[in-house]
Design a protein around this ligand. Structure first.
Ligand code: TYD
Ligand code: MG
Length: 487
């Protein structure tokens, strides 16, 4: 067994310390630091073999100017398709050899299924694949592979082991181009005394597969279970070591599963692919917007369509508002899916610019698909929804609005207007109100009747909405409360 040395590691973030302390100086977590024995690198390990360098010869040890290096191979080279065009987009046109990826997600979300389907596509394309599982037997995985319709089973090698050393030996002997380790928490290295799943074990395994990916120019994918706190064990530690981090998670509204790029050295970040689980595994959802809007409440006041970007991918979802006469004297603002402060700001802007008062109504808002709308581009659809609810006037169901709203009621341009409009058009929306500064870009999308505004006052004119809120029946209602103050 290799020599060991003692180190103190934060179980939350994976930071290393030479001494124990009650609080992690890196992430601030309390009582998270434990003592670990880690393998001391041998002289051989400490040789000049840098990661990604492969086998070096003496000439490589001298410093060279950057222009002398061949850029090919970094972020370039032949990509391997995962078999799903949407997943390829999230990965950055598919898998790149020489990269180590981490796929995280809660137990039961479908990580093993997704990766087996990836391997199914890669093996069908003639690539040698290796699936290493510390959780399931060969019979189980074989039965699942058949159910998933994977045909090139000869090309797909399987190894059930919990030993890192055995796993690495299999990577050598099978000469696989793509290796999946399911999961990083179930493997352990003999060189380390702590149990499988601890930070020092996970780090050791990750380092070994990183070396294997770089020196053999293979694609290595580690599956990581997400802990109760919602993080892969030692998240910051692992995320820094790997080339890409992808999370597989339930869409907030349930039903769909999302593959989300969190970090990607060789591709785009924050891209999202939508999947759904069926009896024969995961299926890509090609038009999630239509599905998100399927049950939209048409001709109902307070319902607006929002086009939000996840990475460069536009998604459409429904935003809903409801206003109710407040009887308590303390108007409520109950908000889901957007920041409550943002709704308060928009209410204040409406009050100031359009002179409608929300001071004696309760306001309830939610995003129908369960998405979180963080983008400024959602300001205008949220504001339109609030106004529509207050006036009890439905927003036309063929209309989409987008834009950032400033405190003076001015409407500012937003990025990705073309992509948002094209997505809207795909679900049959044929009218859009866009910020004036985006009109030129918007005009490039055919088939949508465009109107542009630079202030929210123009919005009300375009929608031909009245100057007064509808009076709600109430015994104690003060007739002057919704008075039009001259808008
Ligand atoms: P799994 O991939 O094992 O999840 P993870 O590896 O993330 O823990 O599978 C998750 C669930 O998917 C499991 O409850 C069974 C279900 N499932 C289907 O509904 N259809 C299928 O074809 C397969 C293979 C699994
Ligand atoms: Mg699994």
């Amino acid at each position: 067994m290799a020599k060991t040395t003692t180190t103190f590691v934060c179980q939350e973030c994976g930071a290393n310390f030479t001494k124990w302390s009650g609080k992690c100086f890196d992430c601030g977590a309390w009582n998270s630091i434990s003592e670990f024995k880690v393998a001391k690198p041998t002289k051989g390990d400490r040789s000049a073999k840098g990661l990604g360098a492969g086998e070096l010869n003496a000439g490589d040890l001298a410093a060279k100017s950057l222009s002398e290096f061949d850029e090919n191979g970094v972020g370039k080279g032949t990509r391997y398709s995962s078999g799903f065009s949407e997943a390829d987009r999230v990965l950055g046109s598919g898998f790149l050899p020489g990269s180590l990826l981490l796929v995280g997600g809660e137990p039961g979300i479908g990580k093993s299924t997704l990766l087996l389907q990836f391997l199914g596509a890669l093996s069908a394309a003639g690539e040698d694949c290796l699936y290493i599982s510390g959780e399931e037997s060969g019979a189980q995985v074989s039965a699942r592979a058949r159910r998933l319709g994977i045909t090139a089973l000869d090309k797909l090698k399987f190894l059930s082991t919990a030993s890192l050393e055995t796993a690495l030996a299999a990577v050598d002997t099978t000469a696989a181009k793509i290796v999946v380790v399911d999961s990083v928490q179930t493997l352990y290295s003999d060189a380390i005394e702590s149990a499988a799943g601890t930070v020092s074990q996970v780090r050791e395994i990750t380092q070994n597969f990183l070396r294997a990916a770089k020196t053999k120019n293979i694609i290595a994918i580690l599956v990581g279970h997400v802990t109760k706190e919602g993080t892969v064990a030692g998240p910051r530690l692992l995320e820094h070591m790997v080339d890409g981090v992808f999370y597989f998670e339930m869409a907030p509204s349930g039903g769909f599963r999302l593959l989300r790029g969190q970090k990607n050295r060789f591709g785009p970040t924050h891209e999202v692919a939508v999947f759904e689980m069926g009896s024969h595994g995961l299926r890509q959802v090609d038009n999630p917007s239509a599905r998100f809007l399927e049950e939209r409440a048409k001709d109902t006041a307070g319902s607006s369509v929002v086009a939000h970007l996840e990475g460069s991918r536009p998604f459409l979802t429904e935003f809903q508002s409801l206003t109710q006469k407040c009887h308590s004297g303390f108007p409520r603002r109950t908000v889901q899916g957007v920041d409550q402060n943002r709704v308060s700001v928009l209410l204040a802007v409406i009050e100031r610019s359009l002179r409608y008062s929300f001071s004696d109504v309760d306001v309830y808002c939610k995003v129908a698909s369960g998405a979180r709308l963080e983008e400024p581009a959602a300001d205008l659809p949220v504001l339109t929804s609030l106004l529509s609810a207050a006036l009890d006037k439905p927003i036309p169901s063929n209309l989409i609005v987008m834009g950032e709203v400033g405190l003076g009621g001015e409407v500012r341009g937003v990025p990705g207007v073309g992509a948002r409009l094209m997505e809207a058009r795909s679900v049959g929306i044929d009218r859009a109100i866009v910020p004036a500064s985006n009109l030129k870009e918007a005009k490039e999308v055919a088939g949508i009747r465009l109107e542009s505004i630079s202030n929210i006052r123009q919005l009300k004119e375009l929608l031909a909405w009245p100057n007064k809120m509808e009076k709600r029946p109430s015994k104690k209602e003060d007739p002057s409360q919704f008075e039009d103050l001259g808008f």
